[in-house]
Design a binder for this molecule. Structure first.
Ligand SMILES: [Zn+2]
Length: 253
């Protein structure tokens, strides 16, 4: 008898586990029914890493269950899939069954026959950074928001346990300046210093880094475009197609 094992090389932000419920023998495919006791919190993957456990920081290897896909039915080629998911803001679980969504308790989840499981990395250290950032925001409320940070990176910051280094390397224009400010959000200097100290990366971006020439052209275009959308939206439905064609012609000519 052989034993097959897997070791994890790099821990993901979201861990997706598929249980082997659908198998096949000489009589054909069959399904393994039955409830499996799932750890809801504190699933520690350090023990499944391909490096020494002691070399891995404990607080970055624990996972919390956030979603379960369940297969209802006794046969692999028939049945019904439903999903249970955690609202991470309210900390409440919901059952999604086609168009029906109902709240469920954690006790009810213990009887669910999970098929695919989703775990999210717990963020002990990042929560400290977020708390510190909230404090800095409140303390620097009268400071000018004259620094910029990539919106894309901020989404990573709020969504991921480990968002990686700050990446403010936006698209540069022909004048070797950043193209526009839409991809950035304004922050105060103390908040920038705090984030930079914790995540490194960069570069530091101020107003001077954006191109005045290109942003003026971009503003003019978006103003014309918004005006066009408002005009077309105000027209009766039957005249919109003609107006769109005409407007495209006007813009291109
Ligand atoms: Zn430019």
């Amino acid at each position: 008898m052989a034993l097959k094992t897997h070791k994890i090389h790099k821990l993901p932000e979201v861990l997706c586990l598929k249980l082997n419920r659908f198998l096949c023998d000489e009589e054909g495919p069959f399904k393994l029914n039955g409830v499996i006791q799932l750890p809801f919190e504190g699933l520690d993957l350090r023990y499944y890493m391909d490096i020494l456990i002691s070399a891995f920081p404990e607080e970055n290897s624990r996972y919390t269950l956030i979603s379960i896909i369940s297969h209802e039915g006794d046969y692999p080629n028939a049945g019904h899939f439903t999903c249970y998911s955690l609202n991470c803001v309210t900390n409440k679980w919901f059952h999604f069954d086609d168009k029906n969504v109902t709240q469920v308790s954690e006790d009810e989840l213990k009887d669910v026959e999970g098929y695919i499981l989703f775990y999210r990395k717990e963020c002990v250290s990042k929560q400290r950074i977020i708390d510190r950032m909230k404090l800095l925001k409140s303390l620097s409320i009268h400071e000018p928001k004259n620094c910029y940070i990539s919106k894309e990176w901020m989404i990573r910051f709020y969504s991921f346990c480990e968002p990686g280094e700050i990446n403010n390397n936006g698209v540069k224009c022909e004048h070797d300046k950043l193209l526009n400010k839409r991809g950035y959000t304004r922050i105060t200097y103390p908040v920038w210093i705090h984030l930079k100290k914790n995540f490194k990366g960069g570069p530091f971006v101020r107003d001077e880094e954006f191109c005045l020439i290109c942003s003026e052209v971009s503003n003019q275009f978006s103003h014309s475009f918004n005006l066009l959308i408002r005009t077309v939206s105000a027209l009766p439905q039957s005249r919109r197609t003609i107006s769109r064609s005409f407007s495209t012609f006007t813009l291109n000519s």
